[in-house]
Design a protein around this ligand. Sequence first.
Ligand code: FAD
Length: 561
Amino acid sequence: MGGMTEQAETSRTAILTVDDDPGVSRAVARDLRRRYGERYRIVRAESGADALEALRQMKLRGDLVAAILADYRMPGMNGIEFLERAMDIYPGARRVLLTAYADTGAAIDAINVVDLDHYLLKPWDPPEEKLYPVIDALLDAWMQSDHRPVPEIKVVGHRWSARCSEVREFLARNQVPYRWYNSDEPEAERLLEAAHADGLSLPVVITPDGNPLIEPTDAELASRVGLATAPSADFYDLIVIGGGPAGLGAAVYGASEGLRTVLVERTATGGQAGQSSRIENYLGFPDGVSGAQLTDRARRQAAKFGAEVLTTRNVIALDVCGSARRVRFADGSSIDAHTIILATGVTYRQLAAPGLANLTGRGVYYGSALTEVSACIGQDVYIVGGANSAGQAAVFLSRHAKSVTILVRGPSLEASMSYYLVKQIGDVPNISVRTCTEVIEAIGEDHLENLRLRNTATGDTETVDAQLLFLFIGAAPLTDWLDGVVVRDSRGFVVAGPDLSVGGERPRGWELDRMPYHLETSIPGVFVAGDARAESAKRVASAVGEGALAVMLVHRYLEKR
Ligand SMILES: Cc1cc2nc3c(=O)[nH]c(=O)nc-3n(C[C@H](O)[C@H](O)[C@H](O)COP(=O)(O)OP(=O)(O)OC[C@H]3O[C@@H](n4cnc5c(N)ncnc54)[C@H](O)[C@@H]3O)c2cc1C
């Protein structure tokens, strides 16, 4: 990289420090400025909330943040809580906690919770000995590994357009930062004019190099924003289909154990977990972790070990070609491998009530609560569903919405939702739960305006004002493309291992003189992991575990062929 570029990039790079004691805050900033002021912008905040806002603003402007220093003891949001939220905005920034000697226990906890890079004891005098060597090392590491200039992508679209909403969701789920312009704001009009776009075909996406893409497909977007979409080889040891926790787990273990591994994902890596606002029951994260954060780390980990990760590639067929297993894509191309792991998970079922299909993406959303959060500010939001995913979304959206109403068909939440979430929901004043209630119609011209609800016990109906409806109504595996290829159960889940045997005998058509391995499907060398497997646990931890186990069985298969 040339000196000029580096200069230009680092001038937009910040070091942020936050401390609620103004004297300490100024002193840290002064010391940082003295040594790093020429190369970095030093940004100072006096509360976690202010610091988060500053980070959000920098993110929107496309600035880089190299390091974040946070005091531990701050009212409202302590340093660990702040750093955890800051990680969602700038995952690559190096994290330092400032603590008093008495709080070193907390600092040690923080190493686990927020993957802390360093903790500094106050006071840090003289900075030449105690502060600068630490920060120098962290900045060096940042420059070498995480120093990725943030490309600014601009998306001009209509607030209530289904495709515009999908594009935003696609970029967000792929961790691609973008700036959104509503088509009726003056800057959007200027951008459209510059792009020679008529404003009728939206969205228009403007890439960092200034090229406008009018109504791009996901595949076009992926290739223009630097996501890999084409395989680099035509033969692998292992093809993993699906980039949720199971697929990512398989890719990490496969690649780290020396298998030539490619992971193929239809939309964006992360799967359902990537859409979870907070996973609280995954081992090792006592304070919870956002699904996007967890799965983004897993994607980087898989790439670090050398797995190829392809996005926007939909697998439509699986063939057996002698000892090779072939995977075919929608565009007619294909790749082969010795082994395959199916990790295709499940997808939300659609609700059939009149009006919903038309208004999907225009106020009606399936599961995508995270990207639509800004639309919820000050609104009355409805959520359909009684399982944990609905509960998590309710808690998350209640922080922004005026009110959140959970609509459940059954008589209570307790039967379908984890106890900890039912309790959390009970403690949030602006969440209400309406049991025995179903949506029978969605009404709206351009976007959702009203919902018709029916009480399942009495049959009474009622129309309510509603601009936003999120549906979390159970999920089904999308495995029709495997029909007649591997054995599936009546609901489409892939049957594996001992569940394939009929009365203790080998499954029909199975030609090997051994029984199928634990996660092996009815085709030798083709395994299944995670939610797509019949009788699976439907949890992140079990999906990751099965991904890892499937790789172990891949090795056994390869050795004993
Ligand atoms: C909102 C929400 C909150 C949740 N919260 C929790 C929680 O707190 N704790 C917990 O343990 N679990 C939670 N879960 C459940 C958990 O996320 C799932 O059990 C887990 O993600 C399953 O992982 P998976 O890899 O098997 O499948 P998925 O996560 O479903 O991933 C499958 C992937 O395969 C891709 N795919 C499918 N078909 C194809 C194809 N033909 N070609 C290419 N790619 C394909 C999909 O696009 C998807 O990315 C939650 C789920 C949701 C939706």
